[in-house]
Design a protein around this ligand. Structure first.
Ligand code: NOJ
Length: 586
């Protein structure tokens, strides 16, 4: 069932990104639905939830933290929906104990969070200054997790580059950043590596490259179409490899941890499974997504199809060399094999069909380089983010693709989950329950297929700042009341459901699983009442504040009462005056 606040219009319209291809496509032909699989996960399977620094910490300018590109980007008008910022977000910086108790409530085995680079090295350059208060904060978080038997999985880069590095060097466009990132990573290994055994160098570098430097929707907001994303990715891959080698040679012996990367991969399914062109286009979609980063890391170089397509387009555009940079043979062997485990962030699926984009000189872009179009089935549920359709079967296919392409590496699902829209203060999130149930079930099937998945991370523990969408999309298992100063958390029904999956280590049998949803939704109505009462209280408090704050109430009276009244009077008077003039003429 859809949430009461999900926008039904989304289902009325077929979102067709390639109109020409959609016309004669029979959607029913490709129905991938399959039955539910009852069973449990391997013993020791790790269940977790995730977050990232900028999205949850707040305290953007506290205790010596430096600026990140997201602080600067979100403070510029018009970059983020409603001009929201992560300045205070869910105040996670001040709520370590509270949040760990929520994890305890879920009985999580691991918690995935990221370290804010400018919080511990304010300018991003280690020789400038190290911020001890920042180190102290992460020490406190790590210690508290371990005291509660929750394994920390730590991401080094979840998009919040120190602003100084962007201004001075052009951020990820400049290869000099590789050494600065390596210094930052080494500092983290030195300070936290005695306790942290799972390191993720980068989170979703695809977004950093494409949305940060190609379309400009994300910080730093650059629109270097056709080149920006490829150069960014090139430096990120080098930085990842360098950090892996640093750990391998200097820390692994003592600390015995693992270093991986978290890649996002949406699944691309051919529109027509009998059409070779669609099959190839769908494979290209996945290669330009996950393969762009995974292929160099596992095999030493970019996917052949990327080299062919971008090379061919660059020639047609009259360029002397490909817009896709190349690795030297030393670099290839240095990069190959730099992954102890692979993190997969997965949310949705697209149907893919072949579509040719003529190569024009000024029209180069990452998207047209792929020669494909993306489509969605209008029957797929899309309760929250406009891009996020719930298509569980795509998850199993993606996991099997990873197994086949990269030699069945050790996998952790580092992000998977679904959002709801802002206006929805619905804690009885039955659509999220369904999403988790079906996606986790497809992951279980993939494990039965032989895919080496060791852990799963629900995205996300809390509602938080959702990048350019601000607070308008809520991914949390826990609802955060952002309007209240103290940012209280309320459990959604999905907390109860996920908790049962964790305690049963899967889906033991039909009879039991069928009771879970009912029991989960029973508890949420009392949380709903609590939240409603809190909302009423804060509305009343706001009214009182207005009464007691003469300047604010005066301003509001001017804008809300005086201005409209004067305008209406002016219009009326002008009309009377006009009528008077017309009468006199007659
Ligand atoms: C991937 C990003 O890593 C994460 O920060 C974000 O919240 C999710 N996508 C959902 O958009």
């Amino acid at each position: 069932m859809l949430p009461r606040c999900a926008a039904p219009v989304c289902h009325v319209l077929l979102l067709v990104l390639c109109l020409s291809a959609a016309e004669d496509f029979d959607w029913t032909k490709n129905d991938r639905s399959s039955s539910f699989y009852y069973g449990t996960f391997p013993t020791g399977f790790s269940w977790g939830a995730g977050s990232s620094a900028y999205q949850t910490e707040g305290a953007w300018d506290k205790d010596g933290k430096g600026l990140s590109i997201w602080d600067v980007f979100s403070h510029k008008k018009g970059r983020v929906l409603r001009n929201d910022t992560g300045d205070s977000s869910g105040e996670g910086y001040y709520k370590v104990k509270d949040d760990v108790s929520l994890m305890n409530e879920l009985k999580l085995n691991h918690y995935r969070f990221s370290i804010s680079w400018p919080r511990i090295i304010p300018t991003g350059i280690k020789s400038d200054h190290i911020n001890e208060k920042g180190i102290q904060y992460y020490n406190e978080l790590i210690d508290h997790l371990l005291e509660n038997k929750i394994t920390p999985i730590v991401t080094l880069y979840h998009w919040d580059l120190p602003q100084v590095l962007q201004e001075k060097y052009g951020g990820w466009q400049n290869v000099s950043i590789v050494n600065h990132f390596n210094d930052f990573a080494s500092l983290c290994f030195e300070k936290f590596g005695n306790r942290v055994k799972y390191w993720i160098t980068f989170n979703n570098p695809w977004s950093v490259a494409v949305e940060g430097y190609e379309t400009g929707e994300h910080a730093p907001g650059l629109k270097m179409r056709g080149t920006g994303a490829y150069r960014t990715a090139h430096n990120i891959i080098k930085a990842h490899a360098k950090v892996w080698h640093t750990y391998d040679t200097q820390w692994r012996g003592r600390q015995k941890g693992l270093v991986g990367i978290s890649l996002s991969g949406e699944w691309g399914e051919p529109v027509d499974i009998n059409n070779q062109k669609d099959i190839e286009a769908a494979e290209r979609y996945v290669q330009f997504y996950l393969g762009w980063f995974a292929t160099p890391i596992f095999h030493g170089d970019y996917p052949q199809v990327m080299k062919d397509y971008i090379g061919k387009k660059s020639t047609q555009q009259g360029l002397g060399s490909s817009r896709l940079p190349s690795f030297s043979s030393q670099e290839k062997s240095y990069i190959k094999g730099t992954c102890d485990f692979l993190g997969i962030g997965h949310f949705t699926t697209r149907y893919i069909t072949q579509k040719n984009y003529p190569a024009s000189r000024g029209g180069a872009s990452f998207f047209t380089d792929r020669d494909l179009a993306e489509l969605v089935d209008p029957r797929w549920p899309d309760p929250g983010s406009e891009w996020l359709y719930s298509v569980p079967w795509g998850f199993r296919r993606l996991l099997n693709f990873v197994k086949a392409q990269y030699g069945n590496p050790m996998l952790y699902v580092t992000e998977n989950g679904v959002s709801e829209k802002m206006q929805c203060t619905e804690l009885c999130d039955d659509w999220r329950i369904k999403y988790y149930r079906d996606y986790i079930n497809e992951m279980l099937k993939a494990i039965k297929d032989g895919v080496n998945v060791r852990g799963y991370t629900a995205w996300s523990l809390l509602d938080k700042f959702e990048w350019d969408e601000g607070y308008s999309e809520r991914f949390g298992l826990y609802y955060v009341d952002f309007r209240s100063k103290n940012k209280p958390r309320y459990p959604k029904a999905s907390v109860q459901y996920y908790k049962r999956i964790i305690s049963s280590n899967g889906f033991p049998n039909q009879r039991e699983v069928e009771t879970w949803k009912r029991r989960a939704t029973e508890t949420c109505s009392s949380s709903n009442q609590l939240l409603a009462a809190e909302e009423q209280r804060s509305t009343a408090a706001n009214i009182l504040r207005l009464i007691h704050d003469p300047l604010t109430s005066h301003m509001e009276m001017v804008t809300e009462i005086v201005v409209p009244t004067v305008c209406t009077l002016c219009i009326l008077l002008s009309a009377v005056f006009l009528m008077f003039l017309l009468r006199r003429r007659n």
